[in-house]
Design a protein around this ligand. Structure first.
Ligand code: NAD
Length: 484
C-alpha cells in the first residue's frame, strides 16, 4: 500500500479539502507508485496563504542569525539523508542516482550559503546633509511569497527560492510541480524537523490551474518566484503585475555549445554529451544546439554520434546507466513529436530518434539519445525548447557566423564555447547574449554563490541565487533619525 502524503499548512499535515488524490509514479517503471498525494484546491491554497500571513510578523521579527540557525539545521537534516532523498528524487523524476544525490547535496550547499547570509549586513548607512541626522536604509521582507516550481530540479530549485525567502524574513506558500511531490515533501520535512515555526512554510501539492492560480491572483501574496515554461510564466506575471505584486521568472532555454576550429574535438564531444544528455536533456540549461565551425564539423559530428551510440540508457538507479527516462508520458510524446518535426524539416537524423523497446524499457518513458545534423537556424528544432535528449548540429562559417547563430534565438539562458584561443573566448564572452557563459565547460552547471538567470525571454525580474537573490525577496526601507 503506497504511503499517503498530505499538504502542510500552519504546521499541520492536512488532507486536501476535496480529499482528491494523485499518484506519484516512477517514470522508469510505471508499475512502481511512490505514494499518493493531495490535489490541493484553491480553498487549500487560501488557507495556506492565511497561515503564512499570520506567521509573518513573528518570523520577520525573529533575529536573522536565529533564522540562519534554522536553515543550517535543515541543511544538516537533508545532508544526513542525501542517499534517501536522492533515491526518492531519482525514482520520481528519472535522473540517475548520481545526479539525484548531487542535486540534494546542492540543496544542502544552498541552505548553508543562505544560513551564512543571515550574518551579513542588511543595509547601508548614508552621509546625511544634516549634521544631526542618522540616515540608513535597510532591507526588509516583503510578506507572504508564493514559490511555484517545475519538476526537473525538484530539490535544487525550491531550495534556492526558499532559502533566501526565509533568510530575509518572508513566509512562504510553496506549490511544487504536481509530478514530483515526494522531493518537496522531504524539503518541507527538513524545515519542520529544523524547528521552523508553524505557518512560516506551507506546502500545497496540486495543479497549477487550482492551487497555483490562487497564489497568482491572491493579493495577500506579495511576490511570486516562478520557474517553469514561458507560456505559464508570462501569463502569470501579467496577472501578478495587474494586482500590484512582484514576480520573478526563470523560463526556457535553447542553449548552444559553440565549437571553434582549434577545439579539442573529443573534449567538445564530451561537453556536448554532458550538456545535452545528462538529466535526459531536461534542464533549462541543457545543450540543444551544437554550433560547429565548418572545418571541424564532420569530424565533430562523427565523434559525437559514435559516443552517443555508446551511452547506456535505463533506470537511473542502476549504477552503469548514463541517462534515465523522460519524466512522463507527455514529455515522451513531445520529444518524439519534435524528432518527427526535425525529420520533416529536412534535418538528417544521425543517431537515436526512437522510443526504446525491449523488456528493460517496457514500463518507462525511454527515448534514445538523438543527434541531428544539417540543422538550419530557422528550423523549429533549432528554435523551440525540446526538453529532451536531442541535439542539433548547425554548421558555421567562422566565429562571426557562430556567434550570430548562437544569438539567433528568443532565449538567452546559457552558452558555452570550446576553444584554446583566449582572444576568441573573450570575444565570445562579450558578444554572446546569455546570462550564464561557459568557456570549455558544458552549458549546464551553476554554483549557488553566483547569480543565476538568463537574457531575453529566458528570465524576467532580478536574478536568483547568491547575493543577487536578496534583491527579489526584500524591499528597501530608508530611515531618517533626528534628535528632538
Ligand atoms: P510548467 O510551466 O508547466 O509548470 C511549472 C509550475 O507552474 C508547476 O508547478 C505547475 O503546476 C505550475 N503552473 C502551471 N499552470 C499554472 C497556473 N495557471 N498558475 C500557477 N501555476 C501554474 O513547467 P514544467 O513543465 O514543470 O517545467 C519545464 C519548464 O521549466 C521548461 O520550459 C524549462 O526550461 C523551465 N525551467 C527553467 C529554469 C530556469 O531556471 N530558467 C529551470 C528549470 C526549468
Amino acid at each position: 500500500m503506497p504511503q499517503q502524503y498530505k499538504n502542510y499548512i500552519d504546521g499541520q499535515w492536512t488532507d486536501a479539502s476535496n480529499h482528491a488524490q494523485t499518484h506519484d509514479i516512477n517514470p522508469a517503471n510505471t508499475r512502481e507508485e511512490l505514494g499518493t498525494f493531495p490535489s490541493a484546491t484553491r480553498e487549500d491554497a487560501r488557507r495556506a496563504i492565511d497561515a503564512a500571513q499570520r506567521a509573518f510578523s513573528n518570523w520577520a521579527r525573529t533575529p536573522m542569525p536565529k533564522r540562519g540557525e534554522i536553515l543550517d539545521k535543515a541543511a544538516n537534516w537533508l545532508e544526513a539523508r542525501v542517499d534517501e532523498v536522492g533515491a526518492a528524487l531519482t525514482r520520481e523524476e528519472g535522473k540517475t542516482f548520481v545526479e539525484g544525490k548531487a542535486e540534494v547535496a546542492r540543496g544542502v550547499s544552498i541552505l548553508r550559503f543562505f544560513a551564512g547570509e543571515c550574518l551579513q549586513p542588511t543595509g547601508d548607512v548614508y552621509p546625511s546633509a544634516s549634521a544631526s541626522t542618522f540616515l540608513f536604509a535597510e532591507r526588509v521582507p516583503l510578506g507572504v511569497v508564493g514559490l511555484i516550481t517545475p519538476w526537473n530540479f525538484p530539490c535544487a530549485i525550491p531550495t534556492w527560492k526558499m532559502a533566501p525567502a526565509l533568510a530575509y524574513g518572508n513566509t512562504i506558500v510553496f506549490k511544487p510541480a504536481e509530478i514530483t511531490p515526494l522531493t518537496a515533501w522531504y524539503i518541507v520535512s527538513a524545515f519542520e524537523q529544523a524547528g521552523l515555526p508553524p505557518g512560516v512554510l506551507n506546502l500545497v501539492v496540486g495543479r497549477g490551474s487550482q492551487a497555483g492560480q490562487e497564489l497568482v491572483e491572491n493579493s495577500k501574496v506579495k511576490a511570486i518566484s516562478f520557474t517553469g515554461s514561458n507560456e505559464v510564466g508570462t501569463r502569470l506575471a501579467a496577472t501578478v503585475a495587474q494586482r500590484g505584486g512582484k514576480s520573478q521568472l526563470e523560463l526556457g532555454g535553447k542553449n548552444p555549445i559553440v565549437v571553434l576550429n582549434d577545439a579539442d574535438i573529443s573534449r567538445a564531444v564530451e561537453l556536448t554529451i554532458q550538456g545535452a544528455m545528462l538529466s535526459t536533456g531536461q534542464k533549462c540549461t541543457a545543450t540543444s544546439r551544437a554550433i560547429v565551425v565548418r572545418d571541424v564539423a564532420n569530424e565533430y559530428r562523427d565523434a559525437l554520434a559514435a559516443r552517443v551510440k555508446q551511452l547506456r540508457v535505463g533506470d537511473g538507479m542502476q549504477s552503469d546507466v548514463y541517462m534515465g527516462p523522460l519524466v512522463s508520458a507527455d514529455a515522451e510524446k513531445t520529444v518524439l513529436e519534435y524528432i518527427e518535426i526535425g525529420k520533416n524539416e529536412g534535418a538528417r537524423l544521425v543517431t537515436g530518434g526512437e522510443k526504446l523497446r525491449g523488456e528493460e524499457y517496457a514500463h518507462g518513458f525511454f527515448v534514445a539519445p538523438t543527434v541531428f545534423d544539417n540543422v538550419t537556424p530557422d528550423m523549429r528544432i533549432a528554435q523551440e525548447e525540446i526538453f529532451g535528449p536531442v541535439v542539433g548540429v548547425i554548421q558555421a562559417k567562422d566565429i562571426d557566423d557562430a556567434i550570430a547563430l548562437a544569438n539567433h534565438t528568443r532565449f538567452g539562458l546559457s552558452a558555452s564555447v570550446v576553444t584554446r584561443d583566449l582572444n576568441l573566448a573573450l570575444r565570445f564572452m562579450r558578444e554572446i547574449e546569455a546570462g550564464i557563459v561557459h568557456v570549455n565547460s558544458m552549458t549546464a552547471g551553476a554554483e549557488p554563490q553566483a547569480p543565476f538567470g538568463g537574457f531575453k525571454e529566458s528570465s524576467s525580474g532580478t536574478r536568483e541565487q547568491g547575493k543577487a537573490a536578496r534583491e527579489f525577496f526584500t524591499q528597501w526601507k530608508t530611515v531618517y533619525v533626528d534628535p528632538l
